[in-house]
Design a protein around this ligand. Structure first.
Ligand SMILES: NC(=O)c1ccc[n+]([C@@H]2O[C@H](COP(=O)([O-])OP(=O)(O)OC[C@H]3O[C@@H](n4cnc5c(N)ncnc54)[C@H](OP(=O)(O)O)[C@@H]3O)[C@@H](O)[C@H]2O)c1
Length: 342
């Protein structure tokens, strides 16, 4: 009752005000005060605690149909979030429950919780349901185990290696018996984290020199698996270094998300013939059947300390756009989340 009494009549939510051309700018977004709707039959009212900002959201800001619908202009944006139920008229959901859902980018949300899942704040920190134990973690797990079919002895290279997905990919590869794990990231501090804390065998800062040269030096005998989070120069370099029957998992191409011109294809793709490597796109949504196995394996490794994770936490709803823009430019180490007051 106390919580209900504290529920305000209005709360803030982020709208997309204009479709970004190239890099998004703050004026593409608007923080709007909107009524907090009382739940109808079958609905819950949730006060968000953590909002997720993710690279795929950049795609949804454009008016191009992709695997996720474009955001509508002047409407609250969608995204992963974890929040606390403050009022419920939905069976199976009670005040005080915590839920993972898709009505992010706002302080309060009223919705039918059939697409939400309850999460346990005592089992793991709430933010991890958006990161290491959530969508990015499953992406890493599915990509490495199912799409790449990792085998003991593989040499694995991952780009974006200090990010939410990449950091887990590299550590999972090690735990699954890779003979050598190599990562690339955009700062010397991130490179140090990969080797010193995450246990990568080698890592390099892609801003320090050509990726192909740095990768060749780190993997003199070539690579068997490349987990691509970046595209462009990284993908070309990986094709140069990939071994016979290697596997390339194309998870993301963040180097191209703000491009205003078509980006060059990998110029060396013809190597696919001689090397007979396999290149396959990965969409996490195809792999939710792996969720129970993923949570069981990965949460055990997180608990034992064999798998480490980082988060970059931005405070307050006002900073959500800055957090998103920071994610695109590499401000984050590990999962970028926004923590709301209360
Ligand atoms: N296919 C799927 O189902 C799926 C699901 C989740 C994520 N993804 C993709 O996976 C990738 C990683 O996502 P995430 O959530 O884990 O994000 P993240 O890696 O935590 O954050 C994005 C990182 O990208 C790096 N970056 C930005 N511009 C770059 C550039 N031009 N070249 C190289 N690196 C650049 C930055 O790190 P540096 O400091 O190292 O540059 C930044 O920290 C993204 O491409 C995303 O779209 C795909």
């Amino acid at each position: 009752m106390a919580e209900q009494a504290a529920t305000p009549a209005t709360a803030r939510e982020w709208h997309l005000a204009a479709r970004p051309q190239g890099w998004p700018v703050p004026t593409d977004f608007a923080l709007v005060e909107a009524p907090v709707r009382t739940p109808g039959p079958g609905e819950v009212l949730v006060r968000n605690v953590y909002l997720s900002v993710d690279p795929y959201m950049r795609g949804r800001m454009s008016d191009r149909k992709s695997y996720a619908e474009p955001y509508e202009l002047d409407k609250p944006m969608l995204g992963g979030a974890v929040g606390r139920v403050v009022a419920s008229r939905a069976e199976g959901f009670a005040e005080g429950d915590y839920v993972l859902h898709f009505f992010g980018w706002r302080e309060y949300a009223t919705f039918d919780p059939r697409t939400a899942v309850k999460v346990d704040p005592d089992a793991a920190p709430l933010s991890t349901y958006l990161g290491v134990l959530g969508m990015p973690g499953l992406t890493a797990y599915a990509g490495l185990t199912r799409v790449a079919g990792i085998k003991a002895g593989d040499v694995v290279f991952v780009s974006g290696a200090a990010g939410a997905v990449g950091g887990i990919v590299g550590q999972l590869a090690r735990l699954k018996g890779a003979s050598r794990v190599i990562g690339s990231a955009g700062s010397d501090e991130k490179v140090e984290l990969l080797v010193e804390e995450y246990g990568f065998d080698a890592a390099f800062n892609y801003k320090n020199g050509p990726v192909a040269d740095q990768l060749r030096a780190a993997a003199p005998d070539g690579i068997d698996v490349y987990f691509d989070n970046v595209g462009g120069e990284h993908l070309e370099a990986a094709i140069d270094s990939i071994n016979l029957h290697g596997r390339i998992v194309v998870c993301g191409m963040i180097s191209q998300y703000n491009a205003t011109e078509p980006t060059p294809a990998p110029r060396n793709l013809a190597q696919i013939i001689a090397k007979r490597f396999r290149m396959e796109g990965l969409l996490v949504g195809d792999h939710y059947d792996l969720q129970p196995k993923f949570v069981e394996e990965v949460s055990a490794w997180v608990r034992s300390g064999e798998l480490k994770y980082r988060e970059t936490v931005s405070e307050g709803i006002d900073g959500t756009v800055d957090a998103f823009l920071g994610l695109l430019s590499g401000v984050n180490t590990g999962k970028m989340v926004v923590r709301l007051d209360g």
